[in-house]
Design a protein around this ligand. Structure first.
Ligand code: ADP
Ligand code: MG
Length: 446
């Protein structure tokens, strides 16, 4: 339930696109055609797997980086430069170690040109509200992680932002500290003790989103785009065990685990000047074959087919299990339906097989389904010496991914292909080659 919903939007995004130019001149698209409104009175969670552009989108809203196309409208005017209505809390706290708690909290106010006296008053008041009393003169290194993040909150809130933006603010904290801070923040918000009109929280935790948010915006990856915009009407404080809570978590889980599901809410029409989205290049989750095998073994033994409850049972975070599930799905070892995961006939065959059978299966699944492995294999076959430098593959990948992601994609494809003995890799020279190519000429014994 939102606090109050006056009609005027706080911030509106229209057709926002973000791309980066690669060193080789190629554009990689990080965010595509993002349209959304942030309204006063609501906590909005921006939820998505890592790399889906959540932080980038938040930075665009805050005016820290510009959109490549489209606009951010703040109080009916296109935003240029920093957004004066936004303050940010970072995952890493981002405190100045040489400044005291009070001085750190005063920073934002100072930057806004607030004179020393009221500045100190406001900072002290926020320190009080946020539970940092008695630590005004401490330095960050004297504080626990939870207390440091309180400083992060106090500094952001002291400037009385209209929109409080938080980028995974609890994920560097231990579980209990995180839960405590989450609820304290919720208290402050529900009791209207903090002077902010809306909160945007970036998270990869489904439960965190469902606990806090009035609206959950699910971002998809490659390129980042809005896949769902869900209202959460459960009253605060929400009970994780309540069937409605679990149902909503399941719903979000289903969306996230089905990258192919269409966007739940119709997106605004693509503006004419917007280039057509390029067809997606298949993106490989960075997981080892061993983890995929582990997941399949586990599925064989479990009654529990609900992916979310399975993750809970294994005490795994979404971000840990999803890439493994995604990889298993790419290889057609599992299928997903309504948040339930099950082994396919090929998956069952894998489980039943010997080590050699498994290698064979992975080999045929990779060659049938994984585009990068296919491409490398074809390149190798086309070469007389059946060797290619990894740079060649990186060049191809860098037209679709950032250099860092391209490296990761390559590493994964090498790892998988090596396991299946499709090709081999020589680390020192950075060459990929077909096994036969290295086999030494038979020794002629005379
Ligand atoms: P999230 O916060 O959802 O994990 P990010 O917004 O941090 O995602 O990043 C989304 C994608 O954009 C990633 O693939 C990342 O490598 C890429 N990216 C972010 N910043 C830059 C940049 N300055 N140049 C090139 N690529 C970038
Ligand atoms: Mg991020």
């Amino acid at each position: 339930m939102a606090l109050k919903t006056p009609t005027e939007d706080l911030i509106v995004l229209r057709g926002v696109r973000k791309s980066y130019q690669q060193p080789n001149g190629q554009q990689i698209v990080i965010l595509e055609n993002i349209n959304l409104e942030l309204r006063p009175g609501e906590i909005v969670a921006l939820l998505g797997p890592s790399g889906s552009g959540k932080s980038t989108l938040m930075r665009i809203i805050a005016g820290l980086i510009p959109a490549s196309q489209g606009e951010v409208i703040y109080h009916n005017h296109p935003l240029v430069g920093l957004n004066p209505g936004v303050a940010i809390v970072f995952q890493s706290f981002a405190l100045y170690p040489w400044l005291t708690v009070l001085e750190n909290v005063e920073l934002g106010l100072k930057a806004k040109g607030e004179p020393p006296d009221p500045r100190r008053q406001k900072a002290l008041r926020m320190i009080d509200i946020i539970g940092l009393d008695g630590f005004e003169n401490a330095y960050p290194k004297e504080l626990s992680g939870g207390m440091r993040q309180r400083v992060g909150f106090a500094r952001a809130l002291a400037v009385e932002p209209e929109l409080l933006c938080m980028d995974e603010p609890f994920s560097a904290l231990d579980v209990l500290t995180a839960e405590n801070l989450r609820f304290e923040l919720l208290d402050l918000w529900l009791e209207r003790r903090i002077p902010t009109k809306a909160i945007l929280i970036v998270t990869h935790g489904i439960e965190e989103a469902v606990i806090l948010a009035d609206r959950i915006i699910v971002l998809g990856r490659n390129p980042g785009r809005v896949r769902a915009d869900l209202s959460v009407t459960l009253p605060h404080y929400r009970d994780r065990k309540h069937p409605s809570f679990q149902a909503l978590v399941d719903q979000v889980y289903t969306i996230i685990t089905n990258p192919d599901l269409e966007t739940i809410e119709a997106a605004a029409p693509v503006s004419p000047q917007q280039p057509k989205p390029e067809p997606k290049y298949q993106s490989l989750p960075a997981v080892r074959i061993g983890s995929i095998a582990g997941l399949l073994e586990l599925l064989e033994d479990r009654q529990e087919k609900d992916l979310y409850r399975l993750a809970q049972e294994l005490q795994l975070e979404v971000d840990d299990i999803l890439p493994i599930v995604e990889a298993a799905k790419l290889m057609d070892f599992v299928e997903l339906a309504q948040g339930d995961i099950s082994l396919t006939p090929v998956g069952l065959q894998f489980i039943a097989g010997s080590i050699d059978d498994r290698k064979q299966l992975v080999r045929s699944q990779l060659l049938a389904n994984i585009r990068l492995v296919q491409q490398i294999h074809r390149l190798l076959q086309a070469k007389n010496n059946q060797r290619i430098p990894e740079e060649l593959v990186l060049d191809i990948l860098e037209s679709h991914f950032s250099p860092q992601e391209a490296e990761r994609q390559l590493k994964t494809a090498i790892d998988w292909g090596r396991y299946a003995e499709i090709y081999s890799y020589d680390e020192p020279s950075g060459q990929i080659f077909l096994e036969q190519a290295v086999s030494v000429e038979p020794l002629i014994v005379s």
